[in-house]
Design a protein around this ligand. Structure first.
Ligand code: NAD
Ligand code: TYD
Length: 353
């Protein structure tokens, strides 16, 4: 079946994996990637698919309601996969407003445009909102996040995502907009911006720089390989029940310090360094304000209802991830040097102004 699909945030980390999967798996779909190309957006993530005739890139900001309305009018989307967001907790602590405008207002702009354009009824339409497990707050040593767990966000990032989740559900209940939501645990893999723990650590280890560990490194995250997240998104988009929420997670909890030690051992091996060399770079630094202790997802619902399970064991995924960053040093160098941001400013100057 032919469809025109909007993917927002498709130049970012997870979005680029979703775009790749959809463009390759569904050549009959037109895939429109809308991205503002903030510091986190990088079209270099998509060079293997951007020449396909079914793929279109649109540079634009979800905070601009008129632009979003015009885009919906131009393409008459059948479905929306909404990933565009400000996504880094530390940045949300230093600059919350960007998270409020993009994550909340930007989401409402998309919901409003979908409502306006789908005037002939909502049949075969879908607004899919991609969210995070951080909306559920912080767990103690026991327990898991379920789909029915009450929201208790504790950072400006998670509060802005929680707010957007509530608004998506409000549009379903109030206007009947066909929506589906997923809340996923921490992702890792290729193309992740090196402000997040794993690519930051890989880059620092490679360059023999300190690996900053917040607090005592005791915080726990539940890590999922990004390609497995993209597979889950594909399943939920095609088979998920309208109005429902699905939790996605790896059943793969790691204390930060243990994860980093595992990574150090892999890096020593790959870089042919003496065992222990990378671990000596571990440096404990001041803790993140309001640092959530533990996240852990119960992903039984998506397993039972849609048959989704992660395909990779963590050590295998981590090895693949390290290989990707070591084999794509240019990608990392361009980001770290800021070259790609300068390139975009130059490249899109006529369309922006
Ligand atoms: P990312 O920061 O790597 O990418 C975000 C993308 O959105 C970038 O390409 C950026 O340019 C674009 N963007 C930002 N503001 C925009 C705006 N105003 N208009 C248009 N585009 C804009 O993020 P990610 O890690 O790929 O996360 C994608 C989504 O998945 C987010 O909604 C995030 O909350 C969610 N999520 C992420 C994780 C994770 O571990 N990274 C886990 C669960 C859920
Ligand atoms: P991060 O990758 O920022 O994801 P999130 O905050 O969304 O879970 O951080 C993962 C964990 O690693 C989190 O507990 C914070 C910690 N962390 C560090 O210890 N040092 C760092 O330099 C970073 C970026 C994160």
């Amino acid at each position: 079946m032919e469809k025109t699909i909007l993917i927002t945030g498709g130049a970012g980390f997870i979005g680029s994996h979703v775009v790749r999967l959809f463009v390759n798996k569904y050549p009959e779909y037109k895939i429109v990637n809308l991205d503002a190309l903030t510091y986190a957006g990088n079209l270099e993530n998509l060079t293997d698919v951007d020449q396909k005739s079914s793929y279109v890139f649109e540079k634009g900001d979800i905070r601009d309601a008129d632009f979003i309305d015009n885009l919906f009018t131009k393409y008459q989307f059948d479905g929306v996969l909404h990933l565009a967001a400000e996504s880094h907790v530390d940045r949300s602590i230093s600059d919350p407003m960007a998270f409020i405008t993009t994550n909340i207002i930007g989401t409402v702009n998309l919901l409003n445009s979908a409502r306006k354009i789908w005037t002939e009824g909502f049949e075969n339409k879908l607004f899919y909102h991609i969210s995070t497990d951080e909306v559920y707050g912080s767990l103690g040593e026991e327990g898991f996040f379920f789909e029915y767990t009450g929201y208790d966000p504790r950072s400006p990032y998670s509060a802005s995502k929680a707010s957007s989740d509530h608004l998506v559900r409000a549009y379903y209940h109030t206007y009947g907009l066909p929506v589906v939501l997923t809340n996923c645990s921490n992702n890792y893999g290729a193309n992740q911006f090196p402000e997040k723990l794993i690519p930051l650590a890989i880059n620092n280890i490679k360059n023999m720089k300190p690996i900053p560990i917040y607090g005592k490194g005791e915080n726990i995250r539940d890590w999922l390989y990004v390609v497995d997240h993209a597979r889950a998104i594909d399943m939920v988009f095609h088979e998920g029940k309208i109005g429902e929420t699905y939790n996605i997670g790896g059943h793969n909890e790691w204390q930060n310090i243990d994860l980093i030690k595992e990574l150090c051992a892999i890096m020593d091996r790959k870089l042919k360094r003496e065992a222990g060399t990378s671990e000596s770079l571990i440096t404990y630094v001041k803790d993140r304000a309001g640092h959530d202790l533990r996240y852990a997802i119960d992903a039984t619902k998506i397993k039972d209802e849609l048959g989704w399970v992660p395909s990779l064991q963590f050590t295998e995924g981590l090895e693949k991830t390290v290989d990707w960053y070591l084999n794509n040093q240019e990608w990392m160098n361009r980001i770290v040097s800021g070259d790609y941001e300068k390139y975009y400013k130059k490249q899109y100057v006529t369309r922006d102004s």
